[in-house]
Design a protein around this ligand. Structure first.
Ligand SMILES: Nc1ncnc2c1ncn2[C@@H]1O[C@H](COP(=O)(O)OP(=O)(O)OP(=O)(O)O)[C@@H](O)[C@H]1O
Length: 279
């Protein structure tokens, strides 16, 4: 067992008594996510993505199998506080996550519970507000914000815990195009500069292109995984009816015409730059 990283060992999750013959939400999943990795999770509605995310910080327990975070077992109640410090979660619906009357208090809640000194709490609040572009909203009430702004507050609260692992379930669903672009940029920075491991779930394939690895779920099982280039070049993906981002449609077309594009080209802009260099 590796001490660092996330490890799913033969994990099955049933929500309902399986003596009734119900299909499990997740079936015998084994996977490893190494520390510092940026992983995208995709799949059709009901394929098990949110269930997998909730297993990561012990919100759900496996029916069978084990989930380890840095070697800590999510089924061990004594290890849960440390697991929840390590794994920050940003849920699909921020209304379920925000509890304080003022944004600053919402963000300080977690660090205060860790018993950190005031100076460190303030440093983390300032940093999280700045990363999420919320400096001017510090004294606002979360419930008066728009859905997208609430999503940013939920992210800021998770970041203030300085998690090693950041799990985001549909984080861009309520953001406008600018907010979406900014969030994805910030995730890249958090991953590369802060060495934060990222697991992002999204129905928007464009949100996942910067991942190191994509994992595709189907009916609770891993259907396909690989680099974005490998996954989006796979004919299997079309079987699920999942969209291919524009840049990979172009890369696939170039590939079928005999032109290979390097793995690090992940946006239309980067593709154009790369092609210009080849002229
Ligand atoms: N609380 C619950 N009780 C019973 N069944 C549930 C519960 N939550 C999810 N399920 C079932 O588990 C399966 C996987 O659901 P999950 O929410 O993990 O899928 P998902 O891939 O995140 O879907 P979506 O893309 O729609 O968010 C579905 O069949 C769903 O009906």
């Amino acid at each position: 067992m590796t001490a660092q990283g996330i490890e799913f060992v033969n994990v099955t999750k049933h929500y309902i008594d399986y003596s009734q013959g119900k299909t499990p939400a997740l079936k015998d999943i084994s996977l490893s996510i190494r520390k510092g990795e940026y992983v995208g999770l995709l799949g059709m509605n009901g394929s098990g993505k949110s269930t997998l995310a909730k297993l990561l910080n012990g919100l759900l327990k496996p029916t069978d199998g084990k989930v380890f975070i840095n070697g800590l077992d999510t089924a061990n109640i004594e290890q849960l506080p440390e697991i929840r410090r390590l794994v920050g979660m940003v849920f699909q619906n921020p209304d379920n996550q925000l509890i304080s009357p003022v944004i600053e208090e919402e963000i300080s809640f977690g660090p205060e519970n860790l018993g950190l000194p005031i100076s460190e709490i303030n440093r983390r609040i300032n940093w999280a507000l700045q990363v999420c572009g919320l400096e001017d909203k510090r004294h606002h009430a979360p419930h008066l914000l728009s859905g997208g702004q609430k999503q940013k507050v939920a992210l800021a609260s998770a970041l203030a815990m300085l998690p090693e692992y950041l799990v985001l379930d549909e984080p861009t669903s309520m953001l406008d195009p600018t907010g979406r672009k900014e969030l994805l940029e910030q995730l890249k920075v958090l991953n590369k500069q802060e060495d934060m491991t990222i697991l992002i779930i999204s129905h928007n394939p464009e949100d996942l292109v910067q991942a190191d690895r994509l994992i595709v779920l189907d009916h609770g099982s891993i259907f396909l995984q690989g680099t974005p280039k490998e996954v989006y070049a796979s004919a299997k993906l079309a079987e699920l009816g999942l969209d291919t981002p524009t840049v990979y449609q172009l890369i696939n077309q170039l590939g079928s015409n005999g032109y290979s594009v390097p793995e690090n080209v992940k946006s239309v802009r980067e593709l154009v730059d790369y092609l210009c260099l080849q002229l």
